[in-house]
Design a binder for this molecule. Structure first.
Ligand code: NDP
Length: 444
């Protein structure tokens, strides 16, 4: 395989899909050498079969808003690869959602799920529907309309959706309810469900906690203690808030959180009481992070991301491409020595290059945020057994999985100078398992 030729060809065939091409380019750049050590991969054209999704569902969703107006949105489900298990990946509701973004997320998910040690393939879905400012009834009607089309294509052993941006416990509940009604079965099918109907303890916490566990593993390689370290977090949703919660319990200082309108900056670190305020603000009142600054009188950086605030560690937990090359320069100039990604592909290729050049600890999302889908996998296991595990048991397994992913990154990502390139490590480890499974199953 010649990675640049493959990319050129994909660019020609899929123009106008920049996020998808960005994700593919990053992975192919890392795996090219290993791939070429296996001529049988090329003979079976594994690379194209791995980059192009198995299938894409694309459809219009119509729903009625509270004023009686009929609204339409575009909706999607990308079933990327099921070589190692049923398709599995979240659903995103955000005005920015398009085919390119969901194809990049489904592609990434395939490698991430491979890293988790569990049997899950890769998928992603969503819609350009924005839940912001919508009533509960509007959200419910939209979720039901989305599932009334999608339900035929998903199932506990076929394709298992979950949450992502704009999709939390409320939306999963509405979607799962409609799915059950249409499919007339009760085997799980969604993860991130409520505890009362098959959800797993620790699933809400899993992505944020898992990212902190991964960070602790990285810090340990350099003998660094997390206590007292200043951590800049972006976002104030599921991943960001549980990352902050775990960090506070370990004595770190969370100095920023944000939303798409701006950033709060608290140099002394937010308190647990203040974090509770953010949980309520975001999950109950569905308010803006600016209201935190009004309540506590801290600095509010309107329209800005957190990366200009001096920190030791950055944990981007909002969205893709939220750290660009200039942000990376600022972080490094301010002494940031670790970046662990809660979001998917939050750093642009230029930023990633700068972090690796600077030899800081840098964990890509597909490794660092894999705790979320890992506990989703554990939710599927509990549903199959018709049992519920304790929070301690799930947390212990989550820690074990994050350690295992870290170990794999060390094995495949160690450079001659001793530096661990976690991007390379995660990509190669994730790729090899999927590649072997695809080879064993023939040309499909
Ligand atoms: P939420 O919807 O709970 O929170 C998203 C947060 O990011 C909000 O604060 C939102 O602000 C902000 N945000 C979203 N889009 C943008 C944007 N374009 N610019 C600036 N800020 C933005 O989502 P999650 O916490 O679940 O997801 C966050 C990230 O983590 C995503 O990249 C997701 O793919 C990834 N992830 C999530 C997992 C999970 O288990 N939930 C698992 C693995 C990865 P606002 O309210 O203003 O929109």
């Amino acid at each position: 395989m010649n990675a640049s030729e493959v990319i050129s060809d994909l660019k020609r065939r899929f123009p106008g899909e920049p996020e998808y091409l960005q994700a593919v380019e990053e992975v192919l750049g890392s795996i090219e050498d290993v791939y070429n050590e296996h001529p049988e991969f090329e003979k079976y054209n594994l690379v194209e079969r791995l980059c192009i999704p198995d299938r894409v569902f694309m459809f219009r969703v119509s729903w009625v808003d509270d004023s009686g107006k009929v609204r339409t949105n575009m909706a999607y489900r990308i079933q990327h690869n099921n070589a190692i298990g049923p398709y599995k990946g979240g659903v995103r509701f955000h005005s920015s959602v398009n085919l390119s973004i969901l194809k990049f997320l489904a592609f990434e998910q395939t490698f991430k799920n491979s890293l988790t040690t569990l049997a899950m393939g890769g998928a992603k879905g969503g819609s350009d529907f924005s839940p912001r400012g919508k009533s509960d009834m509007e959200i419910m009607r939209f979720c039901q309309a989305y599932i009334s089309e999608l339900w035929r294509h998903i199932g506990a052993d076929t394709d298992v959706p979950a949450g992502d941006i704009g999709v939390g416990a409320r939306e999963v509940g509405y979607m799962y309810g409609m799915y059950k009604k249409m499919a007339r079965e009760n085997t799980g099918t969604f993860t991130g469900k409520g505890i009362e109907f098959g959800g797993s303890l620790m699933r809400p916490e899993a992505t944020g906690y898992g990212n902190v566990y991964f960070l602790l593993n990285m810090l340990e390689t350099r003998g660094i203690d997390i206590k007292g370290k200043r951590v800049a977090i972006s976002g104030s949703g599921n991943v960001a808030t549980y990352t902050a919660k775990k960090l506070l319990s370990l004595g770190a200082k969370v100095i920023t959180m944000s939303d798409s309108n701006g950033t709060i900056y608290v140099p002394e670190g937010i308190t647990e009481e203040q974090l509770d305020f953010i949980f309520t603000l975001k999950n109950v009142y569905r308010g803006r992070i600016r209201e935190f600054a009004e309540e506590y009188g801290c600095e509010y950086l309107e329209g800005k991301r957190p990366w200009g605030c001096p920190c030791d560690i950055a944990m981007p937990s909002a969205t893709q491409n939220e750290i660009d090359g200039d942000d990376a320069d600022t972080l490094l100039a301010n002494g940031c020595f670790a970046v662990s990604e809660g979001a998917n592909m939050p750093s642009t290729p230029e930023a990633v290059h700068k972090f690796i050049e600077a030899r800081i600890l840098y964990a890509p999302g597909k490794a660092a945020n894999a705790g979320g889908v890992s506990v989703s996998g554990l939710e599927m296991a509990q549903n199959s057994q018709k049992l519920s595990w304790t929070a301690e048991e799930v947390d212990q397994r989550l820690r074990g999985i994050m350690k295992e992913i870290h170990n794999k990154c060390l094995i495949y990502g160690k450079q001659d100078d001793g530096y661990t390139n976690y991007v390379k490590g995660a990509n190669i480890a994730g790729f090899m398992k999927v590649a072997r499974a695809m080879m064993a199953q023939g040309i499909l």
